[in-house]
Design a protein around this ligand. Structure first.
Ligand SMILES: [Zn+2]
Ligand SMILES: [Zn+2]
Length: 280
């Protein structure tokens, strides 16, 4: 538990700015070696079995409002566990960190990743020299709705994406390199591109259902223009509510041509994209 290699958590404000820390190797590490495993008894994050209590994007934004003095802390550490579900350290009031996993910074050209079968295990994805900072690609956890989206990356790598947008999991070269180092959430998102494709200008958001449950619905994240392609069904003979995350409405915001879904109008962020399945 904790670090399997000699590492040091130290100040990294030269790279990232005020009060930032990072994890640095203190010995050579070979590709494939285990570096760190979350100590689940200490970990500040919720664990898989508690994800029911993870918060939606909207609930997270409400928390930012409710605890403005903890806003930066929550924003800095909250990550996606599933579509529209976010996890952040439970000590957000005290703003204390009790475990190593929170210190790994993002890089667009990382030297670490998670092992697919065990996302709490950080492994080296290439040889690492002493003194190098240990980083992973936050894209391995988050997709477009990430609270890190819009941040100006300071990783300094020649592969740096600049402003982070978290749509790189759609890139085939990225998938080839990082699928096996991604969280279950991101692996599922990559798999779903084949059957429930939608544009990176949308996200999935939870909506309350009539029976007081909740279900995901396709939602505008970045402005969409009239007649833009927003989604597609993989099988034009199976266009139904269950085949995609597009909900039904009698006054739909989208229309269908074959298996492709287009916006009926220009829509601002937070507009739900719906179809009238009774017309199909
Ligand atoms: Zn942890
Ligand atoms: Zn970068």
């Amino acid at each position: 538990m904790g670090f399997f290699k000699t590492c040091e958590i130290r100040d990294a404000q030269e790279i990232y700015g005020f009060s930032h820390q990072g994890v640095f190797a203190k010995e050579p590490i070979k590709k494939g070696e285990s570096i760190f495993r979350c100590d689940l008894s200490l970990c500040d994050y919720l664990q898989i079995e508690d994800w029911d209590s993870a918060k939606t994007r909207e609930e997270t934004l409400e928390m930012f409002e409710k605890y403005p003095e903890s806003r930066d802390f929550m924003h800095k550490y909250c990550y996606m566990v599933e579509d529209d579900l976010f996890d952040w350290p439970r000590n957000y009031i005290e703003q204390t960190i009790s475990e190593g996993c929170m210190y790994f910074n993002h890089s667009c050209d990382p030297n670490c990743g998670f092992l697919a079968i065990d996302t709490s295990l950080v492994v080296a994805i290439r040889d690492i020299e002493p003194g190098e900072e240990l980083t992973y690609d936050y894209q391995c956890m988050d997709t477009e709705a990430s609270f890190y989206a819009g941040l100006n990356c300071k990783c300094g790598s020649f592969k740096c994406r600049g402003v982070l947008s978290f749509d790189f999991y759609r890139n085939l070269d990225w998938q080839k390199a990082y699928y096996k180092y991604s969280s279950a959430n991101v692996q599922r998102k990559i798999d779903e591109l084949k059957t429930k494709w939608y544009t990176s200008r949308c996200i999935l958001k939870y909506y309350k259902t009539d029976d007081n449950n909740r279900e995901l619905g396709l939602t505008v994240f970045k402005k969409i223009r009239k007649d833009d392609l927003v989604a597609s069904f993989s099988d034009k003979n199976n266009i139904c509510r269950d085949a995609h995350n597009i909900r039904h409405s009698d006054q739909p915001t989208c229309y269908l041509v074959d298996n492709e879904v287009f916006a009926s109008n220009t829509y601002e962020p937070n507009t739900e994209l719906t179809l009238n399945y009774n017309l199909i």
